[in-house]
Design a binder for this molecule. Structure first.
Ligand code: SF4
Ligand code: SF4
Length: 85
């Protein structure tokens, strides 16, 4: 049974056309000095809102719904959730 499941619940692209960012009350803030680009947050983000580059990472706030999973999964405390507004 588990063999049929995908490796991780990751979307390959943001959840277009629903801009889930409009739901957000908290936003993730990245500390790139702590980040080692392990990409766990990218794997676990349910909306594909983590944008990865060759040596960088950013959050697409149009699609980040503020769930905090990325901050929970980050093992280097490189993401903190801050209240909007
Ligand atoms: S999980 Fe943390 S350390 Fe890993 S890429 Fe994301 S922010 Fe960086
Ligand atoms: S808070 Fe993190 S895991 Fe949740 S949607 Fe935003 S970037 Fe993805």
């Amino acid at each position: 049974m588990t063999e049929a499941l995908p490796f991780a619940p990751h979307l390959k692209c943001p959840n277009r056309p629903i801009t889930t960012g409009s739901w957000r009350t908290f936003r993730p803030v990245l500390n790139l000095e702590k980040c080692n680009l392990c990409l766990l947050c990218w794997i676990f983000c349910p909306d594909g809102a983590m944008k990865r580059g060759a040596e960088t990472l950013a959050v697409d706030l149009d699609f980040c719904k503020g769930c905090g999973i990325c901050a929970q999964e980050c093992h280097r405390d490189a993401i903190v959730m801050v209240e909007e507004g």
